[in-house]
Design a protein around this ligand. Structure first.
Ligand code: LRH
Ligand code: MN
Ligand code: MN
Length: 430
């Protein structure tokens, strides 16, 4: 790969030292899966073809509203963020695209940025707009909302920003705009709940009208935060209604952290797919709310169940089923590169487990109302350690057998700590 950030020789010798053991584990798992009628090489091929985008904003250390604790060598601009995302891709081989956020990733020349990313082996995924923060020099404030604001000037500014994001995305080679607004209220009576949705829909339609023919507009819902009494696009119900009203290019994006506690997210996935409106994911994990913890770190079973629905959806596609997969995490206490490597592996691993579910047995048990055997079909797949499949797929694509160890050995962060300017202390991002 031209311009790859790490030495290919280092990855090769890392792999050479592990190949024999890995081959042994892969062959043993292959025999076990063959006895279940599953061809391991076919699963490896599907795993190798799967990808998930990394968030540019996840490559720096995040924080909470209390504090942010930067690490030496973390990226300070979009160029350095791309470099770090390229490290994640070079070692993990599951994250060939980055999802940018504007204006956080603003540059003056987007064509050059696209070339710079391509040199690093990266492309661009969905662009994310930001009308949840005020920017220096901006005429109107979003303190009272953006697309749903009562002030027409504020709404027009928010629409224009989203259209600017589309134009930037076209230069970058993106095909989708993700719209999440922080609009909502903190007090009963603060706003008319119906009228604010009307204003949102009208403004969103102006953005929709500016979408190129082959683009999608991904509506991201969130139940609370920063608004704590109501949010305008609070749940998948509001999201699908808005997407249906806007038109076929509008789809719903499911951020795993944006739901009520204990809600059945896999069922939401199935519902959105049923109506052809499943547009994409922001993967993360959570214990309490929109924690933005690493994917699969708290509830890996839920991640598996989500992928189980996605594999079912692949088998019965509706309306061009092709969801955009992205990570959306805040790495507050880890090296973001390590968190993205670990998260990508958790996501791909959940997909691999879903692929090895004995679907025939599952569907037969469902038809016969045999609850326990239906559950066992899922359980058997979930219990399977798919690590050798993931490692082999990665290695065959030029990545590392054990990406986090290869990353540590590369000394990347220590080197960057010498080269990059230190990040100031301060509050985190959302
Ligand atoms: C909102 C959100 C949304 C933003 C990102 C930074 O909580 O999930 O996707 O764009 O965080
Ligand atoms: Mn999100
Ligand atoms: Mn979020």
């Amino acid at each position: 790969m031209a311009g790859a950030p790490l030495s290919a020789d280092q990855i090769e010798s890392h792999n050479a030292a592990r190949l024999e053991a890995l081959q042994d584990e892969y062959d043993s798992l292959g025999r076990a899966l063959a006895r279940r009628g599953v061809a391991i090489d076919a699963i490896k091929a599907r795993v190798g073809a799967f990808s998930v985008a990394t968030p540019t904003w996840g490559s720096g250390r995040g924080g909470t509203r209390f504090a942010k604790f930067p690490i030496p060598g973390e990226p300070t601009n979009i160029h350095e963020k791309l470099e770090d995302c390229a490290v994640v891709q070079q070692l993990g081989r599951a994250t060939p695209r980055v999802s940018p956020h504007f204006p956080w990733d603003h540059v003056s020349d987007y064509k050059a940025l696209r070339e710079e990313a391509a040199e690093l082996g990266l492309g661009f995924d969905a662009v994310n707009s930001n009308t949840f923060q005020d920017q220096p020099g901006q005429p109107h404030s979003y303190r009272n909302g953006s697309l749903s604001a009562t002030d027409a000037g504020v709404r027009a500014q928010a629409v224009e920003h989203n259209i600017d994001c589309i134009r930037i995305g076209e230069e970058l080679g993106s095909k989708a705009l993700t719209v999440w607004v922080g609009d909502g209220t903190n007090f009963p009576g603060q706003q008319d709940l119906g009228a604010s949705l009307d204003r949102y829909l009208e403004a969103a339609a102006e953005i929709y009208a500016a979408l190129p023919g082959d683009w999608r507009m991904l509506l991201e819902h969130k139940m609370y935060e920063p608004a704590f009494y109501s949010t305008v696009i609070s749940d998948w119900g509001s999201s699908i209604l808005a997407a249906q009203q806007l038109g076929p290019k509008a789809k719903c994006l499911v951020d795993l952290g944006h739901h009520a506690p204990n809600v059945n997210i896999e069922q939401i996935v199935a519902r959105l797919h049923r109506f052809g409106k499943l547009g994409g994911f922001h993967f993360n994990d959570s214990k309490y709310g929109d924690d933005d913890l690493d994917s699969g770190s708290i509830n890996p079973h839920q991640l598996f169940l989500v992928f189980n629905e996605l594999v079912e959806a692949e088998l019965s596609p509706r309306d061009g089923f092709d969801p955009a997969y992205m990570i959306d995490q805040s790495h507050n206490v880890t090296d973001p590169i390590e968190s993205m490597l670990s998260s990508a592996e958790a996501i791909v691993g959940a997909y691999a487990k879903a692929l090895i579910v004995d679907r025939e047995a599952l569907h037969a048990a469902q038809a016969a109302n045999d609850t326990m055997l239906a559950f066992q079909a899922l359980r058997q797949a979930y219990r399977t350690d798919v690590t050798p499949i993931l490692a082999m797929a990665r290695m065959e694509a030029g990545g590392a057998a054990e990406p986090i160890f290869a990353y540590r050995d590369s000394g990347w962060r220590e080197r960057k700590a010498q080269e990059r300017r230190p990040v100031g202390l301060g509050a985190g991002i959302v």
